[in-house]
Design a protein around this ligand. Structure first.
Ligand code: 5GP
Ligand code: MG
Length: 177
């Protein structure tokens, strides 16, 4: 197990809630009449997705795709695979991808390429957090919550070795841990 890492709050639950409301307002303006398909990338986006959707009061559909990049721990393996496929047809749909965090960009880049091949009418990206310091492939973000420093974040869906997803605040692990 090892010792518990020391956590510090980066964004507390009130800051997250106001950012989620702001994103929901932007998305509502653009998608109200479009009957979009919102696709959450598992597992990290589940909490953001649930909170965001509570603010969207127009017809939409929801699906999830499971992608894995990190083999465990804090480093990306660079290899992405689909570990849970979609159930909804994407062809001809207005698709909005919901991400928790974009780091190197490899996962999101893979996901957008994968979905683009399925011929949606439109394909856009909403991410709660963006960590630009370690980007390897360019990613266009249409709706952005927070730009974050080059630290390892946990909480509000984000994990370290599958732990800490249940924290209501977004925290970072103090250097040295
Ligand atoms: P990328 O492929 O952009 O490097 O990373 C995307 C995925 O890596 C995210 O969906 C997330 O699962 C994981 N990841 C990247 N940075 C962090 C971080 O700071 N904390 C956690 N918990 N996961 C991260
Ligand atoms: Mg993710």
């Amino acid at each position: 197990m090892g010792s518990q890492p020391k956590l510090q709050i980066l964004f507390n639950r009130q800051e997250i809630e106001s950012t989620v409301s702001r994103l929901a307002a932007e998305i509502s303006q653009d998608y109200r009449a479009k009957y979009p398909l919102l696709i959450g990338i598992l597992k990290g986006s589940f909490m953001f997705m649930a909170d965001l959707l509570r603010h969207l009061d127009f017809p939409l559909e929801v699906d999830f795709i499971g992608l894995a990049s990190y083999g465990g721990g804090r480093q990306t393996s660079g290899k992405i695979k689909v570990v849970k496929g979609l159930q909804s047809p994407v062809k001809g749909r207005e698709v909005l991808v919901i991400e928790d965090i974009i780091d190197t960009g490899l996962t999101t880049g893979f996901c957008l390429d994968y979905l683009r091949q399925k011929k949606p009418t439109s394909l856009k990206l909403c991410t709660l957090t963006n960590k630009p310091a370690r980007r390897q492939v360019p990613v266009t973000i249409d709706y952005l919550g927070f730009t974050v420093p080059n630290k390892f974040l946990v909480g509000y869906g984000l994990d370290l070795n599958q732990k800490f997803r249940n924290l209501p605040d977004i925290c970072f692990i103090e250097d040295g841990d």
